[in-house]
Ligand binder design. Structure first.
Ligand code: FUB
Length: 326
């Protein structure tokens, strides 16, 4: 019997014990029905990134494992879930760990997966083993659920590549990747300072300089998406974080600031969004710290709510709900 099946129906003592013990490493597929937000209640799922592929939503998240009583990031691996309807979800075996990058020290921070020519590229934040600071690596797989392997054998972005813009050790985090209509791929990332660079068609090498992007009160977590002729750059702003956004007619800007998209998320000082269109509707994926009794800024959980546009292309403020998108 699949022990996890049904745990999401009610958050009883058993599931609290599982969460409190620091999460589970999935070793086989586990199917459950989401009962509102957060989506996953038996383990912590932070920094969600989502991707639609072949009529399914794939949700990628870091597994927060910081024990109750400690307040720091402890994230060793990412996890992957899929759903055909945003209701029934399957967690697949752990597809990637920070230590799968031999050059990395660990710390599975925010990430995003994208498909190109039948391969799936996963851009991740990890702590570099020899170049002080955070860095961005890329893993590749033949399937959206992996297994993923390091695609380069070295980091794509390291802290010493951006010191002309900022001297902090944690500015090279939170990659978001986007392939424009002409096939050119772009990587955006950053903390305190937002950056972008073009990617080669192989998706694992830069194809040009690193460019600084000016955005009001930018903290981290950029996410690029496009609808019609508008490009949207949403990002976490200030601290605790709200999600703000800017719009442009061009993937490289100039970006026009449009204000707050999502307010501070419950019981978490980070918020970290992904935005997807699925079967004609738009969704806002983010995390909060709402799992009782130990949820918080270092034990975060992924939520999904609807996202709606105004007639002029601007986005209505997100309404965070406990009911979710059933
Ligand atoms: O999870 C670690 C860091 O917290 C992420 O990289 C940021 O986006 C913030 O959510």
């Amino acid at each position: 019997m699949n022990i996890l099946k049904g745990i999401n129906y009610r958050l009883g003592l058993f599931s609290v014990a599982l969460v409190a013990s620091g999460g589970l490493l999935a070793q086989s597929d586990t199917t459950f029905v989401a009962t509102g937000n957060p989506i996953v209640k038996y383990k912590y799922t932070a920094d969600p990134a989502a991707m639609v592929h072949n009529d399914k939503v794939y949700l990628y998240a870091g597994n927060d494992e910081c024990p109750p009583g400690s307040e720091h990031y402890l994230i060793n691996n990412w996890c992957v879930f899929s759903s055909p309807d945003l209701k029934t979800w399957t967690e697949h075996p752990v597809p990637l760990k920070a230590k799968d990058f031999s050059w990395a020290k660990g710390e599975a921070w925010a990430s995003q997966v994208i498909e190109r020519n039948g391969k799936f590229y996963w851009y991740v934040t990890v702590e570099h083993g020899t170049i002080p600071g955070k860095s961005i690596g890329v893993a590749v797989a033949d399937s959206p659920i992996g297994p993923f392997v390091d695609a380069r054998g070295s980091a794509l972005i390291t802290n010493n590549m951006t010191t002309e813009y900022t001297n902090i050790f944690w500015d090279d985090i939170d990659p978001t990747v986007f392939i424009d209509d002409d096939g050119q791929a772009y990587l955006y990332w950053g903390n305190t300072q937002c950056y972008y660079a073009r990617l080669k068609e192989n998706m694992i090498d830069l194809d040009g300089p690193i460019v600084a992007v000016e955005l009001p009160r930018f903290t981290e977590a950029p996410w690029i998406h496009k609808r019609g002729d508008w490009y949207y750059l949403s990002y976490a702003s200030e601290f605790p974080e709200k999600i703000c956004y800017a719009m442009s007619r061009n993937i490289t800007g100039p970006w026009e600031y449009k204000g707050i998209l999502n307010e501070i998320a419950g019981n978490s000082n980070t918020n970290h969004q992904a935005i997807i269109e699925f079967k004609g509707d738009w969704y806002f994926v983010y995390h909060n710290g709402s799992i009782n009794p130990h949820g918080g800024s270092f034990r975060r959980s992924t939520c999904i709510d609807r996202l709606y546009y105004n007639a002029d292309g601007t986005i209505k403020r997100i309404q965070m709900t406990t009911e979710g998108v059933q």
